[in-house]
Write a protein that binds this ligand. Sequence first.
Ligand code: M6R
Length: 364
Amino acid sequence: EKGGYAHFMLKEIHEGPRTVQDTLRGRLAKEERIAFPGLSLTPQDLQRFERIAIVGCGTAYHAGAVGKRWLEQWLRRPVEISVASEFRYSDPIVGPDTLVILISQSGETADTLAAMREAKARGATTLAIVNVIGSTLAREADAVILTQAGPEIGVASTKAYLAQLVVLALLGLFLAQLESPGGLPPHLQTLVSALPEMPQLLERCLQQEEAIKALARKLVSSKSFFYLGRGLDYATALEAALKLKEISYLHAEAYPAGEMKHGPLALIEPGVAVIGISTQSLTREKMESNLKEVKARQGTVVVVEPEGVVSDGADERIVLPSAPDYLMPILAIAPLQLLAYYIARERGCDIDQPRNLAKSVTVE
Ligand code: M6R
C-alpha cells in the first residue's frame, strides 16, 4: 500500500501535486471565478462577518498561520489565529459577528472539537476545513469545506497541510470576490490565474529529491536547527520545524528572522544549522542580513529561495520555482518536508509512527 515508497510519509509528500489538483477541482470555474459548490453559507452570510478567527492544532494551526496572513491582506479585515487548546480557555472575543474557521485533517482532534463547541456556544458561525468526511468536526460545524487529500497515514502531516493551504487560498480569494462584484483587483486576479499552475510547480520542487538527500547527510549531525522566516515565510518555518522535531527527534525551532538578534542569536555557534526561508521580495534584503548575522557566528546556513535570486553568504541553497509571492508557502514546504524525512531516515527513526505521538489526538 506504500506504492513502492519506503514510508507512507514519502508517498504522501509525493502525492502533494495531485492533492493540490484535487483540492482545486470544481472550485475554480473556467471564467476564473472561485466557487464552493455545496457550501451551506450564503454570500450574504459570509459578508456579514466583521471578524474572522482561525483555530487548529499542530500542522493545521500552521496552515492557519498562512491563512491568517492571506485573509488579512486580501480582505483587509482582522483575522485572529489561535491554537485550539488555548482558544477554549481564553474567554475568546467571538460572537454572532464572527466566523470561526476550524482546521483539522482528522476532524476528531479533541482540542479543535472543544474550540468549535465553545465558538458555537458564543453564537459564532463555525466553518470546518476538514479532510475526513463524516468526522465529528464535519458533522457538527455549521459549514464544511473538504480538503481533498485522500487518506493520510503517516503521523507527520504533509499532503493534508497542502490541501489546507489550497482551501484557505481559495476561501480568501472567494471572500475577496464577494467584496468586489466588479471583479477582483489585478494583484488578486493574478493569484487566481496562478493557482492551476501550482501542481506542476510543486512537482518541480520534488524533483530536487536527490540534492535534498545529500543535504540531509550534511546536516544530520547538527546539534540544533533554527528555521527562520518573515511574514508568510515565518509560517512555513513553523511547519518545517515541527516536521523535523516530530520525526527526527532533533531540536528544531522556528523564529521570525528579525527576532534572532533579540536573544536567540546567542545560541548560534558551529554545529547549529539555520534554514532561512526567503521567498518574499518585500523582506528579502532584511532576511539576507539576518542570515549574515548567523553566518558570522559560524552557523551552517541553508537558504530556500526562488530561482533567479541568490542571497549572499549561504552555505547551501534550495531553489524553488518562481510564483507570485503570496503563493510561495505552497511550494516552499515541499523540499522542507523532504529534508525532515531524509534527516529522520539518516537517523534510523520510525518515520511513520514517531515515538509518543498519535495520528489523531482525542484527549484535551
Ligand atoms: O487531525 P488534525 O489536523 O486536527 O491534527 C492536528 C495535529 O495533531 C497534527 O497536525 C499534528 O501536529 C501532526 N502530527 C503534525 O505533523
